[in-house]
Design a protein around this ligand. Structure first.
Ligand code: NAP
Length: 382
């Protein structure tokens, strides 16, 4: 029997709840789809608050080494304090492993609640550049010596006046960083034979960052014979939309959109907004991909107010796991998991977040939902 080693960071807040509800689903799906020839060996790892408790660092070296060794990881949400405190370990992990592509599929399926009248039109994949932009975390608190140095530099060297007590943030977006991201995402779209690619940017205002992202994205897309910005018949069209308009478009005309290429911050905002079209953050999975390592994690955070209540929706985590199996070439396992999730929700078995959006919805616990999905994986005729 082959053993697949999968590092897992359960995470903070509701992380343990969703991990406990999901673990058996993954094990059962591997057992079922490999006829028992493979089994998972979980490698439990810590990062963030738990690592601070146990190892006195936010990201222990053994966590980094285990992920580098396996080249994959499944990760729950990690809490980041707002305003002060430590910087996001989620963001640091993406930078540490150079996970420059974030993939977030947004697909409605029958049974999911939606505020739209035609939710079946929602089938998009958000690609988010994952290492640059304001997410680089280059910023200085207003009034500090560092912030004042930048303010002085702006005044004395660049001739720009900024209020002296301003907090300062830097938004770096590079040609190389944009090109490698776009090359990966457009390559994926071509291989998957998708319908249309849309570049999302705020280039009318931030001309040399977001505007440049748009230009570099078009240039890179030109490398692909199967993609056309000129509407050539039989090729995948590529167009662009200004970010504020894009937020309206995904709600008003979801059928017109398919692959969205976003800079880091736009992609973050748009991911949560699009999740609302298919029931919410509880069902929105994600993957962070680099050349050497891939980390799979839900779009949502640690939702600390629900921690330990066995209440939140583990679907986003479960579907992130399905993406991990696809990535490992175990597409049958990923498909079995997705099918079981869809059957469970279609049967009206759902956690509080979805149940509150459907007429006469009755919420089951996170663990009960997990068991219902396991049953459907077991019963499937794979
Ligand atoms: P959040 O944890 O994503 O939660 C926001 C709201 O989304 C929740 O209050 C809940 O809505 C809903 N929600 C989230 N996860 C859900 C689930 N599994 N099932 C059902 N509903 C779910 O965002 P936040 O409260 O802004 O952030 C909390 C912490 O998470 C922060 O420290 C933040 O930095 C961190 N965070 C981490 C990641 C990551 O690990 N990648 C990502 C984002 C945020 P209702 O209250 O309406 O029920």
């Amino acid at each position: 029997m082959d053993t697949i080693r999968i590092p897992v960071i359960a995470g903070d807040g509701t992380g343990e709840d969703i991990w406990n509800a999901s673990r058996e689903i993954f094990e059962e799906a591997v057992l079922k789809t490999t006829g028992g020839s493979k089994r998972i060996e979980w490698v439990p790892l810590v990062a963030g608050l738990k690592a601070l408790d146990s190892h006195n660092v936010l990201l222990p070296q053994e966590t980094v080494d285990a992920i580098l060794d396996s080249t994959i990881a499944l990760k729950g949400p990690l809490t980041t304090p707002v305003g002060g405190g430590f910087r996001s370990v989620n963001v640091y992990l993406r930078q540490r492993f150079d996970l420059y592509v974030c993939i977030r599929p947004i697909r409605w399926f029958r049974g999911l609640p939606s505020p739209l009248v035609n939710p079946e039109a929602v089938d998009m994949v958000i690609f988010r550049e994952n290492t640059e932009d304001l997410y680089r975390g280059i910023e200085w608190k207003g009034g500090t010596a560092e912030a004042r140095t930048v303010v002085d530099f702006l005044r004395d060297v660049m001739g720009v006046e900024v209020d002296p007590d301003s907090g300062i943030g830097i938004k770096p977006m590079s040609r190389a960083g944009t090109e490698r991201f776009v090359r990966w995402a457009v390559g994926w779209a071509v291989k998957a034979n998708r319908r249309v690619i849309t570049i999302v940017h705020k280039g009318n205002i931030m001309k040399y960052t977001e505007g440049a992202f748009r230009e570099w994205a078009y240039e890179t897309a030109r490398e692909f014979d199967d993609v056309s910005a000129e509407g050539v018949q039989g090729k995948i069209p590529i167009n662009d939309r200004i970010a504020d308009n894009m937020f309206m478009q995904v709600i008003a005309r979801p059928a017109d959109y398919d692959i969205l290429l976003c800079p880091n911050l736009n992609g973050d905002y748009l991911s949560d907004a699009c999740a609302a079209l298919i029931g919410g953050l509880g069902v929105a999975p994600g993957a962070n991909i680099g050349d050497d390592v891939a980390v799979f994690e839900p779009t949502h955070g640690s939702a600390p107010k629900y921690a330990g209540l066995d209440m939140v929706n583990p679907t986003s985590f479960i579907l992130s796991g399905a993406m991990l199996f696809d990535h490992m070439g175990m597409v049958e396992t990923g498909t079995a998991i997705r099918r079981a999730v869809e059957e469970t929700i279609r049967a009206g078995i759902m956690t509080y977040d979805l149940a509150r959006q459907v007429r006469d919805g009755r919420a089951v616990k996170c663990s009960e939902y997990g068991k219902a999905v396991v049953e459907r994986v077991s019963a499937s005729g794979v």
